[in-house]
Ligand binder design. Structure first.
Ligand code: SF4
Length: 364
């Protein structure tokens, strides 16, 4: 397929791996922001082509993984109420809450519907006027435009039984939080190409120069990943602390203006908790006051939720690049995709799931 196969070309991959060997002279720790990139690295074995002294660490760009436990428990409380239909993307259903997950709620009769778009949830609300329909609006800047559009559409149609349970997060503030941590080891970043396709990369140069880290905007296919790595290492070796667009077939510096406009119309920046990491100032989005009627947390009484996090799971350390899945004592033993203790083991973008699927080595 054009625009896919040529970016998986084995000869081009070998060439780039050789180029990386030539460019890299010093040990570097590089973080790929997005969990989709982590899975691609491991799925295609790209991580095994790198010089030994180049270490990849895995970033917080797994929306399912960083959605706070409190929000999972709130979704479970709504789904357990017979007056509600909880709609969600499918990957949230296996994520463990304090006591159970949404799959269990559904198996016990809770009304949980998997949708492929928040606009489907608006239609469900239209078809079920006697129920409150809530869409679990999680994710980074990539999901925010469609979530914003669902609110605009519901308002235009006069639908009042639709709302969002919002847990939207933003990448630049997460990068700043990682770099500000005293434990930080990351020296360069591969930025997530799909987020930059929406938001552009105009927010990144001040971060690169302030923290003295190069950032390469990187796609997801093997050729994209190696191209981003070569560009990032070249900048590191040259002490060039700027942003390079290694994914120019999809990303421009200003990004998608229409998508950004709709995000800005409906959402506003707020402080947000990240699961396992904690509060990151201005790292989230919430609905503007004018759309408060579409905000499930404001419409319904959800403040009584008590959360209980696993005492074993070290996902927060993994999501900040401080530890790897193999460092977790539960990896592959107490925690597996069938019996997950933390979200990174169930999410298709989770680092623990990538290690389990592609490099299954038990710690015991
Ligand atoms: S292996 Fe499981 S318990 Fe350990 S960090 Fe990953 S998700 Fe958490």
């Amino acid at each position: 397929m054009k625009f896919t196969e040529e970016f998986r070309d084995a000869n081009r991959v070998k060439q780039l791996a050789k180029e990386l060997q030539q460019v890299a002279k010093h040990p570097w720790v590089i973080m790929e922001i997005c969990g989709g990139q982590t899975h691609s690295f491991m799925h295609y074995g790209i991580d095994q082509l790198l010089p030994e002294f180049i270490e990849l660490v895995h970033g917080p760009g797994c929306p399912v993984c960083v959605t706070p436990l409190e929000m999972i428990d709130k979704s479970i409380a709504l789904a357990s109420d017979p007056g509600f239909i909880l709609t969600s993307f499918g990957d949230m259903l296996r994520v463990p809450g304090s006591n159970k997950d949404l799959f269990t709620v559904r198996a016990n009769g809770g009304n949980v519907k998997v949708v492929y778009s928040p606009l489907d949830a608006v239609q469900i609300a239209r078809n079920n006027p006697d129920k409150q329909v809530v869409f679990f609006a999680i994710g980074f800047e990539t999901t925010a435009p469609a979530n914003a559009m669902s609110v605009i559409q519901a308002a235009a149609l006069g639908i009042t039984n639709f709302s969002l349970l919002v847990s939207q997060v933003r990448v630049p503030q997460a990068i700043e939080a990682i770099l500000s941590s005293p434990l930080n080891r990351v020296q360069g970043f591969l930025a997530a190409g799909h987020v930059c396709a929406v938001m552009g990369y105009w927010e990144y140069p001040p971060i690169a120069s302030r923290f003295k880290v190069p950032i390469a905007v990187t796609g997801f296919e093997p050729v994209d990943l190696l191209t981003g790595l070569v560009d990032c290492v070249r900048m590191l070796e040259g002490k060039e602390y700027s942003v390079f667009n290694s994914y120019s077939r999809a990303v421009t510096k200003p990004g998608n203006a229409a998508a950004q406009n709709i995000i800005n119309k409906v959402f506003q920046p707020v402080d947000r908790n990240w699961r396992g990491i904690g509060n990151i100032p201005m790292s989230g989005l919430s609905l503007k006051p004018v759309y408060a009627n579409y905000d499930a947390e404001k419409k319904f009484s959800l403040d009584h939720i008590q959360t209980k996090e696993s005492e074993i799971c070290i996902s927060g350390q993994i999501l900040q690049g401080n530890q790897k899945p193999y460092d977790c004592p539960a990896f592959g033993t107490l925690c597996t995709p069938e019996n997950p203790l933390g979200a990174p083991m169930v999410s298709n973008e989770g680092a623990c799931s990538a290690y389990y699927r592609y490099r299954k080595i038990s710690t015991i």
